[in-house]
Design a protein around this ligand. Sequence first.
Ligand code: AVI
Length: 319
Amino acid sequence: PNDPGFAPHALCAETAEAALSGLTASPKTLPAKLFYDPEGCRLFYRITELPEYYLTRTETGLLRTLGRSLIPEGFHSATLVEFGGSDEAKARYLLDQRDDHRRRLFATYVPIDVAASALEDMRFRLANSHPDLAVEPIVADFVGKLALPPLGRQRMGLFPGSTIGNLDPDVAVRFLASAREALGPGSWFLLGADLRKDPAILLPAYNDSAGVTAAFNLNLLCRLNREAAADFDLRHFRHAAVWNDALSRIEMHLIASRDQVVHVAGSVIPFAEGESIHTENSYKWTRRALVAMVAAAGWEPHRIWTDSEDLFGIFLLRH
Ligand code: AVI
């Protein structure tokens, strides 16, 4: 980004607090959820269209081809609950399905996300394209205690995009267990996860030649300049993506290219040359490890679909 974002804006206490707690820790970190301000959302959307970032197009290809076969037999007028669903693009592959009598398999869609305005836009789009679908958005962080309204007899959770990979395994198990409890007995869950593979494929997906992922990562610092009274000089930090084989994850870091001092919300944060801020993990699961994880959360794996190159998996789980 060219604009380092020094323009004075109101200090956002929540952003400043989250940033400071990570930047005063050792090693330094920043929470990945801070990526998704409006500029970060735009950059992430560009990532999903990059030639190196195979995840989105592979998952979408699977959803498009599998369509109705992703949905258990006997479903109709069911409820689809999407976790982190601020964009209905993937849910549409399920919401569009009808039975042989042209009845919708899903009558209700409950997207859960922190982005209230994105949920409102989505409600408007779906009112146009699916006037007979009940859309009941919930503004909440899906990785928290979830209280869902009564959901009807047939319920399915949807957690696409390999967002599961951005959660540490213990948090992922807790999330899956609480989603299971919230959806209740008899429910189903569709989970999209990026699979462990050759780092020669993984690394370019997080270090693309057009530099969009670098801009996405550096936008975190712009955001702190805008919202947390920080003065990061973006010329003195660079993006790095590394493969951690032992922990089976891509890590994103921002590396200080010289010794420097940065101010954040009134605190002084020193950086040594080469020091990193760890900004994101993206775990890559083998089928076997993922099955063990969902089982630890109480779900029973029912079916797994992957693409012909075994890049991405869609897992159907049963309560
Ligand atoms: C949202 N999430 C699944 C992305 C991923 O692949 O872990 C976020 C991302 N980070 C860098 N590129 C994309």
